[in-house]
Design a protein around this ligand. Structure first.
Ligand code: HAM
Length: 403
């Protein structure tokens, strides 16, 4: 039997209802914040991700579904959504046009990771990207939007925030950190030694306990911010306080993608096991420029839909639509025709087999139909039907024509 690939799941039935419920809810919130839908291809040039997510990141270094296509192009399945949206933004010359551009998207992402609970190789993100605003109010806006989406889905969370500084203060901090780690080089793990050459600040979120103990006394990013980054971070905290969004400051939150500067944030859940990050994002003011666009400030986030599906509190299913049943073989054709007409405006369930009342009622319950009627020779002779409202437990008699 052929099975789906490891870490790649089918989404159907009840799962699909959760999946679409989340996307509909999140899209409605994003639209309230003035964001517009954007769709970008699943396949992009590999260099797009190398130049944005970064060659030193695990995503680009180890996890890309990369191949040479029939035209000898080096391509890969997108491991995340931001890079493609930035490419589209530049390609459509919106960077040159100036102004504010806000997008939301959802779709499959691909990372060749080791699959486990909450960690897939094909997973789905809902994300937003905002271009053209360098104010920290927009950073707060992103965080408030995630909080609103989670609230609308009945999902609890912890919010972690940090500032990664900018091109003013980050280089000095990085040098100090490298000096610190070099002094204890003999005791840190091999990955951290490698990070010293590629992307030193990633040592801060090393999963090795011994490294973490050593770094407890390392210089902290938020104590080394320049005036501008420091005042933005203070302002961000105030906006969150003013809006009753509680947060923790995590000075080791550096994110796994290289394009961030200033605000970085992650939403985590304590109810889904070790893969606890349900959303992550931050500011990326240099990325448009890195991808050859006109310098444009930007900020965004993405949420992991599979992780959220476990947590969503679905509303009670509402009874809807019609169930029409045939009582004998002779009336099946009529039921099919009635359903065809009625489906112009309503959801209609029918069964191609003639059944008795009891079995049809079972069928109507199964699909949670609001209205129920059965058609037998009596109905055909009288030209009327009895329409039962299964929700309000009432009934009315209608002519077949009226129905
Ligand atoms: P990310 O933190 O790599 O950020 O991914 C965002 C979310 O996607 C994570 O918080 C997690 O919920 C989910 N996720 C990531 N990897 C997996 C996986 N293997 N299986 C299941 N879920 C996963 C980004 O991708 C950035 N593009 C976010 C962003 C947008 N930053 C600015 N704009």
């Amino acid at each position: 039997m052929i099975k789906s690939l490891r870490g790649m799941n089918d989404i159907l039935s009840e799962d699909y209802e959760r999946f679409t419920y989340f996307i509909d809810t999140a899209s409605a919130v994003a639209q309230k914040y003035g964001f517009h839908f954007i769709q970008t291809p699943l396949l992009e040039e590999t260099s797009l991700f190398k130049r944005s997510v970064g060659e030193s990141s695990d995503i680009v270094g180890k996890e890309m579904y990369q191949f040479i296509d029939k035209g000898e192009n080096d391509v890969c399945l997108r491991p995340e959504g931001t890079a493609g949206v930035v490419r589209a933004f530049i390609q459509k010359k919106l960077d040159k046009a100036g102004g504010v551009h806000r997008f939301f998207y959802h779709g499959s992402m691909f990372r060749y990771e080791r699959p486990q609970k909450g960690r897939l190789r094909q997973f789905h993100q809902f994300g937003v990207e905002s271009f053209g605003i360098d104010s920290v109010y927009e950073d707060a806006n992103m965080i408030m939007m995630v909080a609103d989406i989670l609230l609308a889905c009945g999902i609890g969370y912890r919010l972690q925030i940090n500032s990664l500084g900018d091109s003013n203060c980050m280089p000095t901090y990085r040098d100090n950190l490298v000096k610190f780690v070099t002094e204890c080089k003999d005791e840190v793990c091999e990955d951290c030694i490698r990070r010293l050459d590629t992307n030193p600040i990633r040592v801060l979120d090393c999963k090795n306990d011994k490294c973490q103990t050593l770094y407890a006394t390392a210089p902290k990013l938020i104590n080394n911010l320049c005036d501008n980054c420091d005042s933005d971070f203070t302002k961000l905290k105030k906006i969150l306080d003013d809006n009753n969004i509680s947060y923790e400051i995590d000075t080791n939150l550096v994110r796994g993608l290289d394009y961030y500067s200033k605000t970085a944030f992650e939403f985590v859940s304590d109810d889904i096991g070790s893969q606890s990050a349900i959303a992550g994002g931050g500011r990326y003011d240099r990325l448009v420029e890195f991808l050859d666009g006109r310098p444009t400030p930007a900020v965004g986030f993405a949420m992991g839909i599979e992780r959220l599906m476990e947590l969503i509190k679905m509303p009670e299913p509402k009874k809807e639509g019609y169930y029409i049943g045939a009582m004998d073989e002779d009336t099946v054709d009529l039921v099919v025709s009635l359903a065809h007409k009625k489906r112009k405006t309503d959801k209609v369930t029918i069964d191609y087999k003639a059944k008795n009342f009891k079995n049809h009622i079972k069928g109507a319950d199964k699909v949670n139909a609001k209205y129920f009627c059965i058609i037998g020779s009596n109905e055909v002779d009288s030209g009327t039907i009895t329409l039962k409202d299964l929700e309000n437990k009432t009934e009315q008699t209608l002519s077949l024509k009226e129905f």
